[in-house]
Design a protein around this ligand. Structure first.
Ligand SMILES: [Zn+2]
Length: 108
């Protein structure tokens, strides 16, 4: 007598179908983004989307990877001492509500 499919087996099959559909829609989305790049029509939102999908980009796909690696512009802060603009996560810098010092001026 054939066994009833177990709950685990059914969930596993659903998961595989779900992943397959997800992967397919991600691939379609990456192809869409590639067309946008080639048409020089890609928006910042789409670049951000590309960055989120970075792990799904084929390692040999240099065009998409190049765009996925475009640095997001971080917050810049002006140093209260020398006026130099530095990034929020610059090592050694002091940033508080009243003191903004770049790493070079932090110890002054
Ligand atoms: Zn400074």
């Amino acid at each position: 007598m054939p066994r009833e499919p177990t709950f685990q087996a059914v969930s596993l099959i659903c998961l595989i179908i779900f992943n397959y559909k997800t992967m397919k829609s991600i691939k379609n989305r990456l192809e869409y983004l590639r067309k946008q790049i080639q048409a020089e029509n890609i928006s910042y939102g789409e670049i951000a989307e590309l960055q989120e999908l970075r792990e799904y980009i084929d390692p040999s796909d240099t065009l998409l990877l190049q765009w996925a690696n475009v640095e997001e512009e971080g917050e810049t802060i002006e140093c209260g001492n020398c006026g130099r603009e530095f990034s929020e996560n610059e090592e050694g810098a002091i940033v508080s509500e009243t003191i903004n010092r770049c790493s070079r001026c932090a110890n002054l």
